[in-house]
Write a protein that binds this ligand. Structure first.
Ligand SMILES: [Zn+2]
Length: 570
């Protein structure tokens, strides 16, 4: 075992860390598959809990920061039990790459200093080693290359210092990352050895570049963000100041607002469209209270019949009441073919805020003439990838586009990266804005959380598109691979995500690059030449217990992920 370790340790980074073949005394770095693994004897020193760095090289024990110790020592109890039972349906503070299985944790060996540097994870640490007059900092996943990071989705968290919760907390951990990077800079290291990629020989420059890129990215995010409408200027400005200090935040002028049409009733996220003949069509039904309110309207004769329900998206504040409506009134439910499966089988998905309520009676049609209305249903990947909209036209009136949660008068609802907002032309908000711009006549917009309809004129649509284009450029510099890989936590995933006996799971890979890519799964080349922009899947044997695989791209060594499949606790 020890000979094997010594052999594996032959590759040394930057020449800055002395390697001794004499056992136990030496700190050494083993590089494998783009990972830099720090060892002391047979103990691996971890900066954070991410499981992709475990088991690449055998270790007998691990060091880790106290704040993340439980994730390595007993991840089942510390994370998976609660996650499998409940957490995966809310996931308002998503965490990825939590290990499976117990590992032994030991104290930090003498001769190296561990210090707190939260960032990509909440409680990650770094290590500082002085040797032969040179200082090396092992910074884990805080930085990659000359000023990059591996993804943005792992920075999703509740804000400290601004009243924004985890679900809305885009880049919320970046202030901590910046503070950690400044802390490392103050140590004046000769070299930074990150968890992944090449050693960084110009630490100051790389740190300053990364901080500046992050500041630009957040400034861009704020310029067209929906949350100004919901949370107000004080809160949003406070979040900005925590990342880039006091400065003016340029942003899109608020959209013009209009009166609600007289044929529409609104409560919570529910909208009732009334027809002249007394029948009604429902858009979203939040929960039991909203369902009961509709039942009362029927009993009071305000509504004669319910002729259908449209669901904008699968979130728990839009769907549970729909199941009750279907049960009581046996009404059809409309959605796009793209959104059908997550509504029928919500447990198959790992996404935030999934309503764990399967919906029956689903019909997928493109259009519907109902009473004096014409409906056009469409996939609308705004707030989340799996999201719909419906264009409602009443007689000769101006049409209204019901966009679910996809826009507010101040911009776009892309605050939760785990909702999978893709950033190439023709995807995500690019697609949604194109749809609105091309509609003739230009519709008014209704969001399920906002009472007044509002309008995006050409100037505002261009403003948002331009900011999105700039964002794609800024974020392309931030990641060592095509931008969507750093924004999509589910580019490799199992479906169903949670299986029961009888299921036939598949492992799916979405290639976000503009060229074909091939992928190793746990070291085996199982995906060859996945075409650009396309998904490929392979059947996967039904596991007996939660299982994870590491995915690695053949052409882009930095491009890796780990994804898991759960087994239903039934
Ligand atoms: Zn909502």
């Amino acid at each position: 075992m020890k000979t094997k370790m010594a052999l594996l340790a032959l590759l040394l980074l930057g020449g800055c860390v002395a390697m001794k073949t004499a056992e136990d005394a030496a700190f050494r770095v083993v590089t494998k598959d783009d990972h830099n693994l720090l060892f002391h004897g047979t103990t691996q020193l971890l900066c954070d809990f991410r499981r992709d760095a475990l088991d690449l090289v055998p270790a007998e024990a691990y060091c880790i920061g106290e704040g993340e110790r439980a994730f390595v020592e007993n991840p089942q109890e510390a994370y998976w039990d609660a996650f499998i039972e409940k957490g995966r349906f809310s996931e308002t503070e998503p965490v990825s790459f939590v290990p499976l299985g117990r590992r032994r944790v030991v104290p930090v060996p003498e001769g190296i200093t561990q210090f707190d540097t939260p960032g990509l994870t909440r409680n990650s640490v770094s290590y500082c080693l002085d040797r032969d007059g040179k200082r090396t900092v092992f910074a884990g996943n805080l930085i990659y290359g000359d000023g990059q990071i591996l993804n943005l989705y792992d920075f999703q968290d509740r804000w400290e210092g601004a009243k924004i919760g985890g679900y809305h907390g885009y880049m919320a951990r970046v202030p901590k990352l910046i503070a950690s990077l400044e802390k490392i800079k103050a140590l004046n290291p000769d070299t930074i050895v990150p968890a992944r990629g090449k050693a960084i020989e110009k630490p100051r420059q790389a740190i300053d570049t990364l901080i500046s890129r992050l500041q630009q990215a957040y400034l861009n995010y704020l310029s067209i963000n929906a949350l100004w409408w919901y949370f107000g200027a004080e809160t949003m400005t406070a979040s900005g100041h925590l990342i880039f200090g006091e400065r003016v935040i340029p942003r899109m002028p608020e959209a013009q607002k209009f009166d609600m049409p007289p044929w529409l009733t609104e409560f919570a996220t529910t909208r009732v469209i009334h027809a002249g003949d007394g029948s009604a069509f429902i858009i979203d039904c939040s929960g039991k209270r909203e369902f009961e309110r509709i039942v009362k309207m029927v009993e009071a004769g305000e509504i004669k019949r319910i002729e259908g329900v449209f669901i904008t998206h699968y979130h728990h504040d839009h769907v549970p009441g729909v199941a009750l409506l279907v049960e009581k009134f046996d009404c059809p439910v409309y959605c796009s073919p793209v959104c059908r499966n997550i509504l029928e089988r919500p447990g198959d998905y790992r996404m935030p805020c999934v309503a764990n309520v399967p919906i029956k009676n689903i019909r997928c049609v493109e259009s519907l003439d109902w009473a004096e209305y014409a409906f056009r249903f469409m996939h609308f990947p705004g707030q989340t990838l799996l999201h719909d909209a419906v264009l409602v036209t009443r007689k000769n009136e101006r049409p209204i586009l019901f966009v679910g949660d996809s826009f507010s008068p101040t911009g776009i609802d892309d605050y939760c990266i785990w909702n999978r907002n893709f950033l190439e032309e023709g995807q995500g908000y690019f697609y949604c804005l194109d749809v609105i711009r091309d509609m003739e006549p230009r519709p008014l917009i209704i969001n399920q959380h906002i009472v007044p309809p509002f309008e995006f004129d050409d100037a505002r649509i261009e403003y948002m598109l331009n900011q999105l284009r700039l964002r794609r450029e800024l974020l392309s510099e931030l990641f060592p691979y095509p931008v969507n890989f750093g924004m999509d936590p589910r580019w490799a995933r199992f479906e169903p995500y949670c299986v029961q006996p009888g299921d036939a799971p598949r492992l799916i890979i979405l290639n976000h690059a503009k060229r074909p890519l091939s992928f190793y799964v746990d070291g085996k080349l199982l995906f060859r030449n996945v075409p650009p922009g396309e998904e490929r899947s392979i059947p996967w044997p039904l596991p007996r217990a939660t299982q994870s695989v590491n995915i690695r791209c053949r052409e882009i060594p930095a491009l890796q992920t780990s994804t898991e499949i759960l087994v239903s606790p039934l």
